[in-house]
Ligand binder design. Structure first.
Ligand code: MLT
Length: 312
């Protein structure tokens, strides 16, 4: 009999087309509640999500026929992976599929901070000519610190190569592949935060949910430094960041991710030193097609041929 797949988050319709072409039945049902998913999930052999669907223990327990859960994207923190493994389900993601998009957005945030583009735009539209009040900073001769050196961190390091910057990295996995990246220097976390003018996070959040950056760290940082987080919201404690900005321990921050998403309220809202975007780093026309294609092809290959690719 024909395997059946549920796509439960909105994504490029190339995913649906790939399933159909391979004679896999597919339903696209987005915005369902946990209870609604629990009711229908026993019908399915595969499930495809982005980040909106929380694949909980309850859903996994109800999913009697589910063999594979695919994430169109990198982070699988919305999936109860240990529980899925216990039930012998495969969890896959699409590493690298949106890495360039995310690195480019991090770079856009960096430039927005350094040249105050959002403020300049808003005031100029209002007819306020703030020319005298806006003095930017340059990247040239500065130090960028990249925390985490996976697909996104590597890509960002390559993007900034042309800017005459020193590139510091904090990564455990870099040691063994150092010779491939002669343009970066691997340092410990404290050295990275104390020497960098721009600190950009491209790592996973810690398993226990503890932030990587907290109160104590800001005292070691340059008062002229900026923080970028386009990885996961809980990496940077938002209250500590807000305090650090208000105490002038650092100059500014740009965040694409939040401790609670969608962010309807947040301690950082209206802080003029902060630039915020709504988790859009991976949201490009190009990347959304690539991740949908990758996840659909991988699930097809697993359901039809037992091939396991990009399992987590
Ligand atoms: C990811 O983990 O791939 C990103 O959070 C992108 C997303 O799905 O929004």
């Amino acid at each position: 009999i024909m395997p059946k797949v549920l796509i439960s988050d909105s994504m490029s319709n190339v995913a649906q087309k790939i399933f159909e072409k391979n004679n896999i039945a597919v339903d696209v049902k987005t915005g369902l509640s946990e209870d609604e998913i629990i009711k229908i999930i026993p019908e399915y052999d595969g499930m495809v999500v982005r980040s909106a669907t929380k694949v909980t223990k309850n859903i996994i327990e109800a999913a009697k026929n589910l063999k594979v859960i695919g994430r169109a994207g990198a982070g699988v923190d919305n999936i109860d992976v240990p529980m899925a493994k216990e039930k012998n389900m495969i969890v896959m993601n699409t590493p690298g599929g949106n890495a360039n998009a995310t690195a480019e957005h991090a770079f856009a945030l960096i430039m927005s901070l350094l040249r105050r583009v959002p403020f300049a735009n808003e005031t100029t539209h209002k007819g306020q000519w703030e020319k005298k009040n806006i003095k930017g900073r340059e990247l040239s001769k500065k130090t960028i610190g990249i925390v985490g050196f996976g697909n996104v961190g590597v890509r960002l390091s390559n993007l900034v190569k042309g800017f005459d910057m020193e590139i510091l990295v904090n990564s455990k996995s870099l040691e063994s592949r150092k010779k491939d990246y002669p343009h970066v220097k691997n340092v410990n976390f404290d050295e990275l935060i104390s020497k960098s003018d721009i600190i950009s996070f491209h790592c996973k959040a810690s398993k226990d949910g503890k932030p990587l950056l907290n109160k104590e760290h800001y005292k070691k940082m340059k008062p002229t430094s900026y923080i970028i987080n386009a990885a996961r919201g809980n990496i940077v404690d938002e209250k500590d960041l807000n305090d650090a900005l208000n105490e002038n321990l650092i100059s500014g921050a740009a965040l694409d991710v939040f401790s609670k998403e969608p962010a309807k309220e947040n301690i950082l809202f209206n802080n003029p030193k902060v630039i915020l975007t709504p988790h859009i780093a991976a949201s490009t026309s190009e990347a959304s097609i690539v991740v949908a294609e990758m996840v659909a092809n991988q699930i097809v290959d697993y359901l039809l041929n037992g091939v396991k690719k990009n399992t987590v």
